[in-house]
Design a protein around this ligand. Structure first.
Ligand SMILES: NC(=O)c1ccc[n+]([C@@H]2O[C@H](COP(=O)([O-])OP(=O)(O)OC[C@H]3O[C@@H](n4cnc5c(N)ncnc54)[C@H](OP(=O)(O)O)[C@@H]3O)[C@@H](O)[C@H]2O)c1
Length: 208
């Protein structure tokens, strides 16, 4: 267990209305100022697929000391009919969107700021129907390793790579036989580690 100091922090949580975001919001709000954002939900509206929208959000919201992205959009794929356009669409909704949050956000967060991105198990464990998801999460990991070097020592960036969330098991369990459900407490703990310790350039994998 990693020990961390939990000081009050202003945290911008993107995707706060989602399965994961709701849990993060509930866990962090009692001790921190959580600013929420989403396409059609939250204190501020943002579409992470658009750099202009991201810039607009940072321009409007109070300056956060940390950003968590639990937002993504995208579909499962059918490999036989998968196209570059379909892949690109999913990439915008999770990979390029989160990369843009860091590229734009580095100019808005203060020194010491922290970014936490969300990837997923398919980066490391392939399953049928998620070729795009695997490529996206794998590329996010590579981005985190490179961006951590670029941002250090001004800022930090890490990713949490969860397996199937316990809260999503009723919805996704049948689609991914054999994929264990990961406890929401363990997932929330990983996000806390990225916020309240000094780790940088880490991918916290929660697969078992
Ligand atoms: N669920 C799982 O088992 C699981 C497992 C591993 C990894 N993950 C990853 O964890 C993250 C969250 O998953 P989830 O299941 O919590 O998703 P979810 O329930 O579908 O929630 C997605 C959230 O993101 C927001 N959002 C979607 N597209 C957006 C966009 N373009 N710009 C801004 N906000 C956007 C949505 O709000 P609006 O509708 O208001 O935009 C919503 O708050 C994703 O990256 C997912 O791939 C999930």
């Amino acid at each position: 267990m990693v020990a961390y100091v939990c000081i009050t922090m202003k945290i911008l949580l993107i995707g706060a209305s989602g399965t994961l975001g709701k849990r993060l919001n509930a866990a962090l709000s009692p001790d921190h100022e959580v600013i929420t954002a989403g396409r059609s939900s939250g204190d501020y509206h943002v579409d992470i697929r658009s750099e202009d929208s991201i810039r607009n959000m940072f321009g409007q919201c109070p300056q956060p000391e940390a950003l968590i992205c639990a937002a993504a959009s995208g579909d499962m794929d059918n490999f036989a009919t998968l196209t570059q356009d379909a892949l690109l669409d999913n990439m915008r909704g999770k990979l390029l969107g989160q990369i843009s949050l860091v590229l734009v956000g580095q100019h808005f967060l203060p020194p010491g700021g922290s970014f936490t991105l969300t990837s997923g198990v398919f980066a490391d464990e392939p399953h049928i129907g998620v070729t795009g998801g695997g490529v996206i999460s794998g590329a996010l990991h590579s981005f985190v390793y490179a961006a951590a070097l670029e941002l250090s020592p001004r800022m930090r960036v890490n990713a949490v790579s969860p397996g199937m969330l316990q809260d999503s098991a009723p919805q996704y369990g049948a689609l991914f036989p054999g994929l264990p459900a990961i406890s929401m407490d363990a997932v929330v703990h990983a996000y806390r580690q990225t916020l309240f310790t000094d780790i940088n350039g880490q991918v916290l994998r929660l697969y078992r």
